[in-house]
Design a binder for this molecule. Structure first.
Ligand code: NAD
Ligand code: MG
Length: 386
């Protein structure tokens, strides 16, 4: 029996790599649902190749184009937010890979869990915004959440066979991004072109900027709390510029397990889709003598304030991380449009946290309102700044 996969965000960096995994293992996986927001041409190309049962193009402007291009095939084509959210519920899906970017991941993930589908979670923003709600629903509906993020996959892999053994702490590795070692004077004038040049990974624009600000590591600290049920004091971050050690777990006897390999997202993607089995792959192998030194250093929390902010909201709980996520999404978008500077990103997040009301036990509609209010406030602040 083939495993039927829905890929939400199939045209992005994770989505296209997931399709490479599926293409390499046609007897194991079938891509039955594909969704994308804007890139109609690539979505059409993917649909013609993989012949999914259902396709959704988010932006209604592209619907006619996708619909007519796919009319010779037995593929249902939908558009709009409601279709993006509910397409995961079909019987044609076993596992949903959440590979869309940002807050938009939250609602489809909730629908998928309620429909009893396992989640291969790339969209970390979902757990950042509403980790408590999502992990609670997963328990209630008896659904598994398999991490795709390379650090969390590393930890998940280290925990196999350790059932019943307590985690003393985890150590998330960070590449440090393109501005590792730089100071605030330098960062004040960096451009988006510089920020988009990640040293080790090729990814979508939003996560690449998040990697440059260390917001990505901050989001991952919060993601780890919910995935593995940890306290803030049990989550360490260490900068490891070579990105070979993908993360580590320290147990109560002091033993540390690490997961290593060359940076390639296809490995964590296929592990999440086929857990607990490991699929044979032809990806290049890591060679120790090519890397005579693997180095580790402390992150600079004074310069890269977003990581410090993430720890702060982790302790605070409630809707605080939802505020940080929304402000960051608006700030990154503005930085990518050259509206604000690199250091303004943290300022916007800090000002949003001070302004938007804190709710200690938010409901789903509190998250929706927090997200909207924060986006509005952060956008207004940007208008004032420019
Ligand atoms: P990307 O920008 O390359 O792709 C995003 C995909 O989401 C596209 O297919 C796009 O059409 C779709 N999309 C965008 N806005 C949408 C919306 N409002 N509704 C529905 N779909 C929408 O992004 P990416 O780099 O592939 O990252 C996707 C997610 O995976 C992010 O949450 C990111 O943090 C996470 N992630 C990515 C990597 C990586 O290596 N790229 C690694 C770890 C985690
Ligand atoms: Mg990661």
């Amino acid at each position: 029996m083939k495993k039927n996969i829905a890929i939400l965000g199939s045209t992005g960096s994770i989505g296209t790599q997931a399709l490479e995994v599926i293409e390499a293992n046609p007897e194991i996986f079938s891509a039955t649902v594909l969704t994308a927001q804007e890139n109609a041409d690539l979505l059409i190309e993917q649909a013609v190749k993989f012949l999914p049962k259902e396709v959704v193009i988010g932006n209604e402007k592209h619907f006619d184009k996708v619909k007519s291009a796919l009319s010779p095939f037995d593929i249902k084509v939908y558009t709009g937010i409601e279709a993006l959210v509910s397409v995961v519920e079909t019987d044609n899906v076993d596992t949903v890979l959440t590979a869309m970017v940002g807050y938009a991941g939250l609602l489809p993930t909730i629908h998928a869990i309620k429909a009893g589908k396992d989640i291969a979670l790339a969209n970390k923003e979902t757990l950042v915004v509403a980790g408590e709600l999502i992990t609670g629903l997963a328990k209630q509906y008896d659904v598994n959440i398999y991490p795709v993020d390379s650090e969390h996959s590393a930890i998940f892999q280290c925990l196999v066979g350790e059932e019943g053994n307590k985690i003393e702490k985890i150590i998330l590795t960070a590449s440090g991004g393109p501005f590792r070692g730089k100071d605030r004077t330098y960062l004040a004038n960096v451009t988006k072109e510089q920020a988009l040049k990640h040293p080790n990974w090729s990814m979508g624009a939003k996560i690449t900027i998040d990697s440059a600000t260390l917001m990505n590591k901050g989001l991952e600290v919060i993601e780890a709390k919910w995935l593995f049920g940890l306290e803030a004091s049990q989550i360490d971050v260490i900068v490891h510029p070579q990105s070979i050690v993908h993360s580590l777990v320290q147990f109560e006897d002091g033993s540390i397990k690490a997961q290593m390999g060359l940076p390639d997202m296809k490995l964590p993607i296929q592990y999440a889709l086929r857990y607990p089995a490991r699929l044979k792959s032809a990806y290049p192998r890591f060679n120790f003598t090519d890397y005579p030194s693997l180095t580790f250093e402390k992150p600079d929390l004074d310069t890269f304030r977003n990581l410090a902010i993430a720890y702060e909201v982790l302790d605070k709980g409630g809707n605080a991380a939802c505020i940080v996520n929304a402000a960051n999404e608006i700030a990154v978008e503005a930085f990518l449009r050259d509206k604000i500077g690199f250091l303004d990103i943290s300022d916007l997040i800090i000002e949003s946290l001070a302004k938007i009301s804190y709710i200690s036990t938010p409901t789903y509609s509190d998250y929706v309102q927090t997200n909207e209010a924060t986006r509005r406030f952060a956008s207004e602040l940007i208008q004032v700044k420019v």
